[in-house]
Design a binder for this molecule. Structure first.
Ligand code: TXA
Ligand code: MG
Length: 308
């Protein structure tokens, strides 16, 4: 059910959960000061309790009261990328953020999204926690109808149209005197060079301890089996500027000259496979290994390996 900004704000302030657009993917929002709503977000998504949430705020002042200090380079990152698809993990004042939100960690993840509608909402509601608005393990929602499909026609959605980026935010943390990327996302690692003076390392684990708890779980996976192969026959997920003569049907990700466009379409196509009850699809993985393509590759590899 599509709701207005005023209605979304009222629902959130009275402890309801609302799906909210961002420039990356839709979020399942609860107000930071509504523990029951936060509990319901975990329940609705079937999300493990040890997977913390991102706190979304409308400006830097709004997060200052939660953090203990700003690591070197934080202000430069915030000025360069906020509002935008960067999530920054910061050390916090542990008395200010419920354990449930940060899964017991001494840090919390923050983001100022670049979506005017949601920035207006955040001004009215205050900080909102928002995981991606999908069932845990499934592709994220990038269109309002994806939410209605997952959570039912009556679920309240603030309609912001289709998400501009289509891939989640990049998550970064300051560890051992360097910023490290702990989840690939809409900002490519190369884009940090000008701001930090180095390209951050892409880290999954520090001595077996996951830096980003969500990365432990299966992700982005449709029911359909994805095969990463060179043999493009049957159902193919491929590119508009290539031909697949052996294919019986081709789902087009976009063209190989625009990773931005491919990112925007990716989850909608993975969801479409399930809508059309497709059992197996072959994915064309012949694309570059730089920039945003690195995130696209990672998402497809996870989607392919994630099938249970
Ligand atoms: O683009 C996005 O980031 C979207 C939109 C709605 O903002 N949100 C999103 O949230 O992708 P979610 O919950 O699906 O993914 C958040 C990730 C999880 O993998 C979680 O483990 C990680 O952020 N995370 C949250 N707090 C953390 C922390 N304190 N330290 C390390 N990782 C954290
Ligand atoms: Mg998610």
């Amino acid at each position: 059910m599509r709701v207005s900004l005023e209605k979304a704000s009222k629902l959130l302030c009275s402890g309801q959960v609302v799906a909210v657009p961002t420039e990356t993917v839709y979020g399942l929002a609860a107000a930071l000061d509504q523990p029951q709503a936060i509990h319901n977000v975990f329940k609705l998504k079937q999300r493990p309790q040890n997977n913390p949430l991102i706190i979304h705020v409308s400006n830097i002042n709004a997060l200052q009261s939660y953090t203990s200090h700003f690591p070197t380079g934080f202000i430069e990152l915030a000025e360069a990328f906020w509002p935008g698809p960067l999530t920054i993990v910061l050390p916090i004042d542990e008395t200010k953020i419920p354990l449930q939100v940060r899964a017991g960690l001494p840090t919390a993840a923050f983001r100022i999204p670049n979506c005017p509608l949601t920035l207006s909402l955040l001004e009215q509601t205050g900080p909102l926690v928002m995981p991606s608005a999908n069932l845990s393990g499934k592709p994220s929602a990038t269109q309002p109808q994806h939410i209605e499909r997952d959570f039912g026609e009556n679920f309240p959605v603030l309609d912001g149209g289709n998400c501009r980026y289509g891939l989640e935010s990049t998550i970064i943390i300051f560890q051992n005197e360097r910023w490290q990327i702990i989840r690939l996302g809409s900002i490519a690692s190369e884009n940090f060079l000008d701001i930090l003076g180095y390209v951050p390392h892409i880290a999954n684990k520090v001595s077996d301890k996951p830096l980003c708890p969500g990365q432990m779980y299966r992700h982005y996976a449709p029911k359909a089996k994805l095969v990463l192969s060179q043999n493009f026959s049957g159902i193919v997920i491929g590119f508009a500027d290539r031909s697949y003569p052996q294919a019986t049907k081709v789902f087009l990700l976009g063209s190989t000259i625009s990773p931005e466009n491919v990112a925007e379409n990716l989850y909608a196509i993975l969801r479409q496979l399930d809508d059309e009850n497709i059992a197996t699809a072959v994915v064309d993985m012949n694309f570059p290994k730089t920039g945003l393509w690195v995130t696209i590759r990672e998402r497809l590899e996870k989607a392919a390996s994630g099938r249970k």
